[in-house]
Design a protein around this ligand. Structure first.
Ligand SMILES: NC(=O)c1ccc[n+]([C@@H]2O[C@H](COP(=O)([O-])OP(=O)(O)OC[C@H]3O[C@@H](n4cnc5c(N)ncnc54)[C@H](OP(=O)(O)O)[C@@H]3O)[C@@H](O)[C@H]2O)c1
Length: 290
C-alpha cells in the first residue's frame, strides 16, 4: 500500500484558468552551488523532477536565471513533452553575472528577450505563468514597475504568456501591476518566522489571487528554529513538515514551492505538509513569527 495520500496536502488552487496542486515544487535547488552551473548529480536532478510528476504535483516554479538556463533545461530533459496537467511557472526581471550575482534585467527589451529564452529553454510555445521579479536580493524595493510589467502584458496580449504575476514586490507594486493587467499570483519571501506580508496575503485571498512564499523552509533565527523544533518534536514531526503544514493552514491562497535536490526530501515534504495542526498548535506556532 502506498504511504502517499490519494490527493496532495492542501488540494488544488486555480491560477486564472489553470488548476494546480497547492503543493508545488521549486526548482532552484537543482542548479549547482550558488544556483550557478550544472548540478553535481545530473541524473539525480532528473529523478527529482520525474518524482515531482509521479507524486501528482502539477506546479513547478523555475527561472531561466537558475544556472542560468540549467533548471529550465533539466525540466525540459526530464519532462518534455509535458503532461497536460503540469504547469510551469517562470520569472523574468533578473539575470546572472560572472560572480553569481543577480543584476536586474528589467528594461522592456530584457523582459522580451527573457520570455523568448524561457520559451526556448523549456520547449514551449506559450508560458503558463510569468512573474516579474523586482526588488533586489535584500527584498522588495519601492519604485514603479510600470515599464517592465507593461512589456510583459504586451507579450501576454501577443499570446506568448497565459497569466502574469509579480515577485519580491511591495503591496504598492502589486496594486500598480493590477492596474496594468490582471495578476494571478504574488511570489514573495514569507514563512513561519518571516511574516511581513500577513496583511497582503489576506487581501489577495479576498481577491482570489494566490500567494506563493519563497524560502518556505529557510531563514529562521536560532531562537525561532529551536521554538519550531520544540513544537515539531511534540508532534513527532520534522520542523520542515511543521513549517509547510503551517503555511497550508495559514490561508487557502498559499501555494507551496519548497525546493529540494533530493527525492527523499521531496517525499518527506509531501507527507509532512499533510500534518494536521490544532488551533492551539497554530497559536503556539504563530508566536514564533511575532
Ligand atoms: N522569486 C524569488 O525571488 C525567489 C527567490 C528564492 C527562491 N525562489 C523559489 O522558491 C523556491 C523555494 O525556495 P528555496 O528552495 O530557495 O528555499 P526553501 O524551499 O525554503 O528551502 C530549500 C532548502 O531546504 C532543504 N530541504 C528541503 N526539504 C528538506 C527536508 N525534507 N529535509 C532537510 N532539508 C530539506 C533543501 O536542501 P536539499 O536540496 O538537500 O533537500 C534546500 O537547501 C525555489 O526553488 C525557487 O523556485 C524564488
Amino acid at each position: 500500500m502506498s504511504i502517499f495520500p490519494a490527493s496532495l496536502p492542501g488540494g488544488t488552487w486555480t491560477l486564472g484558468d489553470l488548476t494546480v496542486t497547492r503543493f508545488g515544487y521549486g526548482a532552484m535547488q537543482l542548479a549547482g552551488p550558488g544556483v550557478m552551473g550544472p548540478p553535481a548529480d545530473h541524473d539525480g536532478a532528473l529523478a527529482v523532477l520525474r518524482e515531482v510528476v509521479e507524486l501528482g504535483i502539477t506546479h513547478i516554479d523555475t527561472s531561466d536565471a537558475y544556472g542560468p538556463r540549467v533548471t529550465n533545461q533539466l525540466i525540459r530533459e526530464a519532462l518534455h513533452p509535458y503532461p497536460e496537467a503540469l504547469h510551469i511557472v517562470t520569472k523574468v526581471g533578473a539575470t546572472r553575472d560572472q560572480q553569481g550575482g543577480w543584476p536586474p534585467a528589467r528594461q522592456p527589451e530584457d523582459v522580451r528577450r527573457s520570455v523568448h529564452e524561457n520559451l526556448e529553454a523549456l520547449g514551449l510555445e506559450v508560458l503558463d505563468l510569468v512573474n516579474l521579479r523586482i526588488g533586489d536580493a535584500q527584498g522588495p524595493r519601492p519604485g514603479s514597475l510600470d515599464e517592465p510589467f507593461e512589456a510583459l502584458a504586451e507579450l501576454q496580449r501577443q499570446g506568448l504568456i497565459r497569466h502574469l504575476g509579480v515577485s519580491n514586490a511591495t503591496a504598492e507594486q502589486v496594486a500598480e501591476a493590477r492596474a496594468i493587467a490582471p495578476i494571478v499570483c504574488v511570489q514573495n519571501l514569507y514563512n513561519l518566522a518571516y511574516r511581513q506580508d500577513d496583511e497582503l496575503i489576506d487581501e489577495l485571498a479576498e481577491q482570489g489571487i494566490a500567494y506563493v512564499p519563497f524560502f518556505p523552509l529557510g531563514g529562521f533565527s536560532p531562537l525561532q528554529s529551536s521554538a519550531l523544533s520544540t513544537v515539531a518534536a511534540r508532534l513527532d514531526a520534522t520542523p520542515m513538515s511543521v513549517a509547510l503544514a503551517w503555511l497550508l493552514h495559514r490561508s487557502p491562497n498559499i501555494l507551496l514551492i519548497p525546493g529540494t535536490s533530493s527525492v527523499a526530501h521531496l517525499r518527506e515534504n509531501v507527507i509532512g505538509a499533510g500534518l494536521s495542526l490544532s488551533d492551539e498548535e497554530l497559536a503556539e506556532l504563530d508566536k514564533i513569527g511575532q
